[in-house]
Structure formats: structure tokens, C-alpha cells
Write a protein that binds this ligand. Structure first.
Ligand code: NAP
Length: 307
């Protein structure tokens, strides 16, 4: 069976990643797009999800690529219409709303997939296997990028529920919670919020693994020039560095693996498999750490920032 999918929110990630990835993968076909402002090529176009659901009676799945603030309502509507749902990351604006979607998907016997694209970076599985045979001493995360380059014209990202620098930072947390074989807990956080914004531009997190290894993370959106997406792990038997967002692996300084980004095709293979078995894949661990940082973090006003 080929999944007949409709996509909602034809913005940057839909165009950069979802459309090309769907085109590469067997078992799923894009038949419709719901967009307030844009049109997809070679598909049926609708102004919103309501119209798409009404116009495409044999749609199997809905892919939600809007900002997190509006994702719950759309996901609920799609599930109640009997559709399988693919959620872009972060899966929602709150932990509770995503839990509610899990219960709804179970009740309606449809697949719900909370995608975490960074977990599909080339070196993450190998890093996880290497760490599983060692004892973690400490972890240091540096996630520094230029918001003007990566998020131009996205006012929602600075609004409540938009996550600010945690929008990329949650990608690091998704890798962290995948490669560490036990819970990771927030201890404290500092959130730098520009005086003219509602969400942080920088954040420093102190965390610990359940058995007590220190984990520190710095997320910063003010980095120009080379960008940094690194996770360094010290263990009782050597050190590991994941860089390029998880696509390069070094062990004790030597490059073991360096591969191009194929995260989205891998996620769509996963989604096709989940739909075949009507399974749910929702891991809230990265979102919980972000929620805890907002709950416990010290808010530090910082300089005005113009996009
Ligand atoms: P974007 O370029 O702003 O696109 C989001 C699209 O959602 C908009 O173009 C709009 O599409 C639709 N939309 C519906 N309701 C909206 C609302 N109230 N406000 C704004 N847009 C609304 O954002 P994006 O970068 O694609 O990010 C979307 C999601 O993908 C976010 O959760 C983000 O974390 C995730 N993501 C982004 C990246 C990246 O590199 N940008 C990478 C991975 C994941 P229509 O005009 O078609 O209605």
C-alpha cells in the first residue's frame, strides 16, 4: 500500500526537507497541500486542513509542518478524521497536549509519529552503541548558530510557544536523550531573553544523568561565521565527539564517520513502517527537558534583538 499523504504548512522545512524526502521514499506519496499562502506543484491545493480533509476523502495521512503553537488543533482534527499523523518537531507547544494526542491516536487506532530529525543523523546510532558499553563521566553540548540565517521571517519563533533558541536546542536534546541510556534531568538553567522578545536567544542548562554524570549545554543564536552543533562525551574508556548535528563522529579525536545529512528520508522510512503496523512513536523526553528549563530557569533580560 502507498500512503496517500497531505501536508499542512508549506514553509521552510516543508520545502527544504519534506517534499524532497517524500519524493525519494517508496510507500508514501504526496497528494495534497494545505497552505494559506503557497501552492505545491503537482498536488491538489487547499487553503486549510478543513478543506483538504473535505476534498480528499481517501487521504491516509497528514504531515504537520506548521509552528508548534498551532499543531495540536490540527493533529486532533486529523486524528478524529481517522488519519495517521506525522508531527514535525517539537511535537507540540506543551507536554500535556502531546500526551492528549497519544491517547486520541490510541483510541482512534491511527499512527502518531513525533519526529525528531536529529536522531536520524548519520552517526547517532553508532554513538549510542559506543556509549552503551561505557560509563559516562560528563557531557558538554555546544549548539551555536545564526538565527538570522536559519530563521528569517519567522516571528512565531520568538512568541510564547515558539521556543526561541530551544527550537534548535531541542534537536541537541533529542540526540542527548537518544544516546544516553538513562534519564537526563535538568538541575538549573539560565535563559537570556531579549527585551523585545518573548523567547530566549541564549540558554545555558545544567543537567545530570540519573546516575549523576554532569551534562552541560549552551544554546546560542548569536553565532555568526562557522556554526557549531557539537556533543562531546567523556567516558571511562575514551571520548566521543558528535559534530555537524550528529553527522560526524570522532572517537578519541579520530574521525570514524562523516556522512551527508539523510535525516528526513530516514524519518519517512520510519513513518511508512509505523503506519503499516498502526503504531505510535512519541518520545517526550526532549520536550520535557525544555519544559523544565522554562519552569526552573532563571530569566535574564538581554539586549534588544532585531531579526
Ligand atoms: P516557517 O518557514 O515559518 O513555516 C511554517 C509554515 O506553517 C508557514 O509557512 C505557514 O505555512 C504555516 N503556518 C500555519 N499557521 C501558522 C502560524 N500561525 N504562523 C506561522 N506559520 C503558520 O517555519 P519552518 O522553519 O518551516 O518550521 C516549521 C516547523 O518545522 C517548526 O516546528 C520547526 O521547529 C520545524 N523545523 C524547522 C527546521 C528549519 O530548519 N527551518 C528544521 C527542522 C524542523 P502556509 O503559509 O503554507 O500556511
Amino acid at each position: 500500500m502507498t500512503i496517500r499523504a497531505g501536508l499542512v504548512g508549506l514553509g521552510k522545512i516543508a520545502r527544504d526537507q519534506h517534499l524532497p524526502a517524500i519524493g525519494k521514499i517508496d510507500g508514501i506519496e504526496l497528494v495534497a497541500v494545505a497552505s494559506r499562502n503557497a501552492r505545491g506543484d503537482g498536488v491538489n491545493n487547499y487553503p486549510d486542513l478543513d478543506a483538504m480533509l473535505a476534498g480528499e476523502s481517501d487521504l491516509d495521512a497528514v504531515i504537520l509542518c506548521q509552528p508548534p503553537q498551532v499543531r495540536y488543533a490540527a493533529a486532533r482534527q486529523a486524528i478524529l478524521a481517522g488519519k495517521h499523523v506525522f508531527l514535525e518537531k517539537p511535537p507540540g507547544a506543551t507536554v500535556t497536549e502531546v500526551e492528549a494526542l497519544v491517547a486520541l491516536a490510541q483510541a482512534n487506532n491511527v499512527t502518531l509519529y513525533a519526529s525528531w530529525h536529529s536522531r536520524y543523523a548519520a552517526a547517532v546510532a553508532q554513538a549510542k552503541a559506543w556509549i552503551a558499553e561505557r560509563t559516562i563521566r560528563s557531557i558538554d553540548i555546544q549548539w551555536r548558530e545564526d538565527v538570522r540565517h536559519w530563521h528569517p521571517g519567522q516571528p512565531w519563533i520568538w512568541e510564547p510557544g515558539g521556543f526561541g533558541v530551544f527550537d534548535p536546542g531541542i534537536n541537541a536534546l533529542s540526540i542527548l536523550t537518544e544516546i544516553v541510556p538513562e534519564a537526563v534531568m535538568l538541575l538549573s538553567a539560565e535563559l537570556e531573553v531579549p527585551e523585545n522578545k518573548q523567547a530566549p536567544i541564549g540558554a545555558s542548562l545544567k543537567m545530570a544523568t540519573a546516575s549523576g554524570a554532569a551534562v552541560e549545554a549552551v544554546f546560542d543564536w548569536r553565532q555568526t561565521g562557522p556554526q557549531t552543533w557539537d556533543i562531546a562525551v567523556e567516558t571511562d574508556q575514551g571520548s566521543l565527539l558528535l559534530s555537524e548535528g550528529g553527522n560526524t563522529l570522532r572517537l578519541d579525536g579520530d574521525v570514524q564517520l562523516k556522512a551527508p545529512d539523510e535525516e528526513y528520508p530516514a524519518m519517512y522510512r520510519r513513518f511508512v513502517g509505523l503506519v503499516a503496523e498502526r503504531r505510535i512513536d512519541v518520545d517526550l523526553a526532549p520536550l520535557r527537558i525544555v519544559a523544565d528549563a522554562f519552569l526552573c530557569g532563571r530569566h535574564c533580560p538581554t539586549a534588544l534583538f532585531e531579526d
